[in-house]
Design a binder for this molecule. Structure first.
Ligand SMILES: Cc1cc2nc3c(=O)[nH]c(=O)nc-3n(C[C@H](O)[C@H](O)[C@H](O)COP(=O)(O)OP(=O)(O)OC[C@H]3O[C@@H](n4cnc5c(N)ncnc54)[C@H](O)[C@@H]3O)c2cc1C
Length: 490
């Protein structure tokens, strides 16, 4: 995304059309390169304990998609002695969304901690602890990021100097948080970014001592961290340059409902404001945030949530197409270099439904792209990835919270937005295009059955009666109107 906030563009824009890298990152309407399908070159993989430098399958990145990819290798009986994961982090793959949810619960409200949320618990799968990887015969190299790749010899170099030959390589390096430059205080003690568990631990240790918190950014991360600060009873201000929270997805009206709820919980909003710099006190730790209008907000803890950038390094120099923002792949996650694949946040893939190339920085895609890629790599399956965009958030979930918030969105937010309900407790927004096709649906606080309708509606895009929808008496009524327009059985 631009160096400004993730999830920031106007409400009428499609999720993709304004911000080049974000929630749903449209890249361009052009087919990806067609590359010959080549099953892995089997490079004499060491069958026991990887005694030499050869690995049949290597995954670079030990994050969300890597965990799901590993599970799929195991399901196909192709992990034991064949698969190696090279990870920058010190821990086995985990469900990253937990870092701004259960991980930040107040200390007395049973915060989530590892091993509780290793992949694949987020989708009801096994909890893949470090022992699980050992039992499955999967080698995991921790805290040893890949620093180089030679595609001719199919060899990776790691920061500790290891050389790893691969038969097939899956790149799953995800994204990194966009940071404020050092010269405006971006690296001061007490200024936090949140991408991995080490970041989350640092943040928790700051929250334990914090009194005044400033959250910069009104997107997902900003909204979730701000809600967490409510649980810690901290004096919290959220600051962002746009007119309302979640501008790339929420309509102004929908955003107002969430902002009211946050305000009722004591959160202060400073909207339409730019940040000039973050300043230190005499102890060298952050002490204030200086705004573009000259005003100063005191802060002992600052959390910056202004977006993320795909981690293409060190792969951008080896012939992979990274001009699209991430690493461009085809509908089976093959890059333009034979035997190299990319999945998850870093992959720019053909979004078949909407005929465009996109990156999606969401966990549902991380999981599904991993499974699709590994199946295509290991079996004869060649059907193209056909992803339906799905985003969600959950906040205020800790015990004792006055209101739990859980929303889901499916599809594309293009066309007219029709809002139904009053957020007490439910609200829904239906996006309907000029041909009356239902393109996208947002639902807050639905029942499991109601949430279950959303993907079907967004996938089938029924022609709906806009007037009827506008006049719906309740969210339930509106969902009935939409589902009765479906020409296919539910
Ligand atoms: C705090 C937070 C909250 C989120 N909440 C939600 C949510 O509520 N809903 C939702 O849908 N999505 C959410 N997401 C997004 C979701 O977590 C990501 O889409 C998902 O993690 C992407 O998976 P991935 O495997 O592509 O990348 P990641 O999970 O980020 O994993 C990438 C891994 O690669 C490693 N790496 C990078 N470079 C190298 C290298 N050179 N060598 C080795 N390893 C390397 C990284 O350290 C990391 O471990 C959230 C993300 C964050 C950060």
């Amino acid at each position: 995304m631009s160096s400004v906030l993730r999830l920031m563009s106007t409400m009428t824009a499609p999720l993709s059309s304004k911000c080049p890298s974000s929630l749903l990152n449209p890249i361009r309407r052009r087919s990806p390169p067609v590359v010959p399908f080549r099953r892995s070159l089997v490079v004499a993989a060491a069958s026991s304990g990887f005694a030499n430098e050869n690995r049949e399958y290597v995954i670079v990145g030990g994050g969300n998609s890597a965990g799901y990819a590993a599970r799929t290798f195991v399901e196909h009986g192709m992990a034991n002695g064949k698969l190696c994961i090279v990870s920058k982090e010190a821990v086995a793959p985990y469900e990253r969304p937990a870092l701004t949810k259960g991980y930040l619960f107040p200390p007395d409200k049973k915060p989530a901690r590892l091993p509780g949320f290793h992949t694949c618990v987020g989708s009801g799968g096994d909890r893949q602890t470090p022992e699980w990887y050992e039992e499955q015969g999967i080698e995991v190299l921790y805290q040893d990021p890949v620093t180089g790749l030679d595609t001719q010899t199919q060899t990776l170099t790691t920061s500790s100097g290891k050389l790893l030959k691969y038969g097939s390589l899956i790149i799953s390096t995800g994204c990194a948080a966009v940071r404020f430059p050092e010269k405006i205080g971006g690296n001061l003690p007490g200024v936090h970014y949140i991408r991995d568990i080490a970041d989350a631990d640092l943040l928790v240790s700051s929250l334990e001592k914090a009194q005044k918190v400033v959250v910069i950014g009104g997107g997902y991360i900003g909204m979730e961290v701000t809600a967490a600060a409510v649980g810690w009873n901290l004096d919290t201000t959220i600051v962002f340059p746009e007119d309302h929270v979640m501008p790339r997805l929420f309509t102004p009206s929908l955003a107002r409902k969430y902002e009211e709820l946050y305000s009722e919980n004591g959160i202060k909003f400073l909207k339409g404001v730019k940040i000039d710099k973050v300043e230190a006190g005499s102890d060298g730790r952050v002490a204030s945030v200086v705004l573009g209008n000259g005003s100063i907000i005191e802060a002992d803890t600052v959390i910056v949530g202004i977006g993320a950038k795909p981690v293409v390094s060190p792969f951008e120099t080896v012939g992979l197409n990274t001009t699209v923002g991430g690493i461009q792949v085809d509908s089976l996650f093959r890059t333009s270099v034979p035997s190299i694949f990319a999945i998850g946040d870093v992959a720019a893939f053909p979004l078949k439904m909407y005929d465009r190339i996109s990156r999606v920085e969401h966990v549902d895609h991380a999981r599904k792209s991993a499974q699709h890629c590994v199946r295509a790599l290991l079996t004869a399956h060649t059907h193209p990835y056909d992803y339906l965009p799905y985003f969600y958030s959950r906040v205020f979930e800790y015990e004792g919270s006055t209101r739990k918030v859980w929303w889901q969105f499916y599809g594309d937010n293009v066309g007219d937005a029709i809002e139904v309900g009053n957020f007490d407790p439910k609200i829904a927004t239906f996006w309907v295009d000029s041909e009356s096709r239902l393109k996208g649906i947002f639902l807050e606080s639905g029942s499991p059955e109601e949430f279950g309708l959303l993907p079907r509606l967004a996938r089938w895009q029924p022609v709906v009666d806009k007037e009827k929808l506008k006049n719906a008496s309740s969210v339930e009524d509106a969902l009935d109107i939409a589902t009765s327009s479906l020409q296919v059985p539910l």
